[in-house]
Design a protein around this ligand. Sequence first.
Ligand code: ATP
Length: 500
Amino acid sequence: MGKRLKEIALGTGLAVLALAVVFGLDLSMLVLPLSLLALGAMMLGARGGFAARFSPAKLGPVEGSSVPQVTFAQIGGQEMAKRELVEALMFLKESARTRQLGIRPLKGVLLVGPPGTGKTLMAKAAANYTASVFLAASGSQFVQMYAGVGASRVRQLFKQARTQAEREKKSSAIIFIDEIDVLGAKRGTNASHLEYDQTLNELLTQMDGVDSEGDVQVLVVGATNRMDLLDPALLRPGRFDRIVQVDLPDKAGRLHILNIHAAGKPLAADVCLEQIAAETHGFSGAHLENLLNEAAISALRAGRQEVTQADLREAVEKVMLGEKSSRLLQKEERERVAYHEVGHAAMSELVRPGSVASITIVSRNRALGYIRQASQDDQYLYTKDELLQAIQVCVAGAVMEEIAFGQRSTGAANDIEQAVNLAKRMVFAGLSPLGIVSSDLPAAELNAAVVQIIQEQEEEVRKTLSARVEVVQRIAAHLLRQETMGGDEFRLLLAAKQAS
Ligand code: ATP
């Protein structure tokens, strides 16, 4: 409609000008007013463009619901974190008592931990526990190229939290900001820092409650795995002054999470989740949930009604190393891979009996074969002997190739990298022949120490495996036939052949 009007006005104007020329009118006196009009129109047009680009900022898809259904009971393996969070929620749960005691309300809780450990779940459970309205956004949703947009999004989010709580007659709201490091990084560190800084300043202002109106208590729960990036102003008392560590679960935690996600899935009688928990060191809650899902898919593919232990084992490998690859190896390559893996497994079993969980020569992603070791959970300190043994297991694959085929291959590159890292760890822990060293040890000296450690261990492994060539040969032949072998089967073969 507006466009039509503009066209009519323009058309009429041109017609009037044309008539004026035809009737010989002097137009020079019209030049200035017309120029001013044109300039005004241009400015109006420009303002129109400006307004369109910077129209009242929309926050995009903010996840907003009333009170989430997630409870703390549905979160496994985070007992300490749950306890700390519940303690911090006291002021929302018992606001009358805390107010009476003059306790300053908590403004922010920061959940720190690796991805997939349940930080979002914790924030939702916190909202459920305190019957608070829950709004979730991600740090990256706030920061745009244009200055001012992020700040207005922050204001909008806080406003939305308050109005939604009022509408639903709730006394509190929880705002969850995932990846808070994107929006809360140290000021002045970002390339387009003006926008980042303004957004962060607005968050600080909102958290300080400058704009607080009404009775709704707003708690901000932030999540990050890079706390070191955060601006110190965010962490000072009165802002995110409660920091809750949400770490990867230990074995008991993994079992708890597996049990939670196994509910509703029909498990066969042979399933031992405890064993799966023992074999999944380093898995997050999200990995474990995915593992059970993959196991159920594998049962479905096989046309079974129940999920078996074999489905779970297969799923562990899939989650750890990816989908099986369709790559076809040449006969010699397969043999080399089999000897390499049996070399690793034999050494692992010799230095730590019971440590092999499985061996396979089925390739997945970049791995042509691999052994999975049953994890030793919760070990934070390693002795010199333990580190040397770990180096022996790393180099055993390459040494076995050398014994069986006369030379090594590129397949050992990853193993060597791991062995080097372990050796460096020894050097800097003062466990190498160099004794205590400073962190600025010259590279040549470090290299010489690392090479010496690894070569000595290779020599040890060469002696050990050379004395067991026949056993390794037979197990490798067995592995070539059946491609995958469980730890128990491997131990039986190793013990039987050793005894014979
Ligand atoms: P990110 O940092 O990547 O956002 P996050 O720590 O917020 O991850 P969540 O989104 O809470 O992780 O978890 C993803 C999924 O993983 C959950 O929906 C749940 O299925 C599962 N999960 C993660 N941790 C746990 C846990 N501790 N207990 C039960 N399930 C979990």
